[in-house]
Design a protein around this ligand. Structure first.
Ligand code: CUA
Length: 189
């Protein structure tokens, strides 16, 4: 009987020590996370994004770059490919985007009503769209094919039904299609 009591006390001491160790570990993890938040917060506050481009949502459809006739894919005189699109609850315009493969493509996009976003299939083409701001990035698509382009920011009850398609054409096929067309899209007419 004498042997039992010390063993019981011993295991209680062990479990208290173990709990204390865990409390210290968890406390350190929390302190580390808070420190990361503070450091990144201060870092970003000290270094705002280098380039902010704004656009007036109220006149978006009436004048300037994002009027309906200017949306879609443009092949510039210099051979540069630019895709312009807008997002609104709950669709993208154009609904089907054509781009050439193996060519740098610059996306310029904005939103009219709420925060939206898109990602093109499994490619690295991925951005947020915020009303009043122009989101832009340049990427190139490795091979021809078709991708789904869903909205990936929750934007309201129709969010999950909001998506477009992206058709990646071989570059010669794209060039042939672009000839004589001001703005390209693959929306059926
Ligand atoms: Cu638009 Cu979610």
């Amino acid at each position: 009987m004498n042997a039992v009591a010390p063993v019981g006390h011993g295991s209680e001491a062990v479990s208290i020590a173990a709990e204390r160790r865990w409390a210290i570990v968890v406390g350190l993890i929390i302190a580390l996370l808070v420190a990361m938040m503070v450091v990144t917060g201060l870092h970003w506050a000290a270094m705002p994004p280098s380039r902010v481009e704004t656009v007036d949502v109220r006149t978006l459809h009436l004048k300037g770059e994002f009027v309906e006739s200017n949306l879609g894919t443009a092949l510039g005189q210099d051979g540069k490919v630019t895709v312009r699109l807008i997002a609104q609850q709950y669709s993208f315009q154009p609904q089907c985007i054509v781009v050439p493969a193996e060519t740098p493509v610059t996306f310029r996009a904005t939103a009219t009503d709420a925060i939206h976003g898109f990602v093109v299939g499994t490619t690295n083409a991925n951005t947020m769209l915020i009303p009043g701001f122009v989101s832009t990035f340049t990427t190139s698509f490795k091979k021809p094919g078709e991708h789904l382009m869903p909205c990936h920011e929750y934007c309201g009850t129709g969010h999950e039904a909001m998506w477009a398609r992206v058709q990646v054409l071989p570059s010669d096929e794209f060039a042939a299609k672009a000839r004589g067309e001001e703005r390209l899209s693959c929306v059926p007419r």
